[in-house]
Design a protein around this ligand. Sequence first.
Ligand SMILES: Cc1cc2nc3c(=O)[nH]c(=O)nc-3n(C[C@H](O)[C@H](O)[C@H](O)COP(=O)(O)O)c2cc1C
Length: 302
Amino acid sequence: MTDLTVRIASIEMANPSMLASGILDETGESLLRMMTAGAGAVVTKSIGLAAHDGHRNPCIVEIPTGYVNAMGLPNPGMEEFAEELSSIMPSPAPVVASIYAASAEDFALIAARMENAGAAGIELNLSCPHASGYGMEVGIDPASVSRIVSAVKDAVKVPVMAKLTPNTADIVSIGKAVQDAGGDAVVAINTLKAMVISPEFARPVLSNRYGGLSGPAIKPVGVRAVYDLYKSLDIPIVGVGGIENWRDAAEYIMAGATCFQVGSAVGRVGPEVFKDITAGLELFMDSYGYPDVESMRGVAHE
Ligand SMILES: Cc1cc2nc3c(=O)[nH]c(=O)nc-3n(C[C@H](O)[C@H](O)[C@H](O)COP(=O)(O)O)c2cc1C
């Protein structure tokens, strides 16, 4: 019998798949739907202090190899979302609250509110490529990352993970800053800064001009990031970027991921992608003699 259970500090998951932040995760009901679809854990849309509308349309473009989006972090704000979260507690699978803020103090405040509402963990969005003054701009500076992780660790008891941007020359130094500040895990990667131009309109398609590329196009970048982080870090790594089937998930685990997240594929394939990935992974592990996820983790380094 293959054992698919994994854990990140106190977060225990029945299988290593998680719903990535930003896809079908704005309401309690949609989060529950993803658990029923087979996700071992779910991550919420990134939540800020106050309600935020995000960018105007068009804010997402589909391309053959994924999406380019600039949603601009639309969300109902901390208080309203905390009520939504409490309404599904206790939940059948762990819910990790993704949060963003403009200062370490606000990150700590929102994290504490989410913990109080039942979140089993906190994911710090330090990596949004299209939200000015938030996200990626702080996520490429190790000192800012360290300040934010320390402040949040002081404010909550649940595990704290930091989601990293690939839009930096040195993702490992950011990962180390997270680890040194007491972070429980890193999540790699968020979207890559990108653009799509309409030849007919002779201008960028997205209202924000720039967006973030996700989906199969970014998988090799994500796998490389996880591989590099695994060489230098002792804390768990959550792999994300372009995972659509069990082979993609196996690549991330062999690069060093403890578990993985699925985002764009929930739209491109459908929510059944969770069960398909875990069923395929289980068959593969069984045939190739991996009794559990741990035994497969990082084997590509040997
Ligand atoms: C429409 C959309 C919205 C997203 N919103 C968020 C978000 O609010 N916070 C966040 O940390 N990442 C967000 N992401 C990034 C994903 O969580 C993930 O890191 C990225 O899409 C790569 O994974 P994928 O290729 O499986 O989609 C979003 C991605 C998409 C496509």
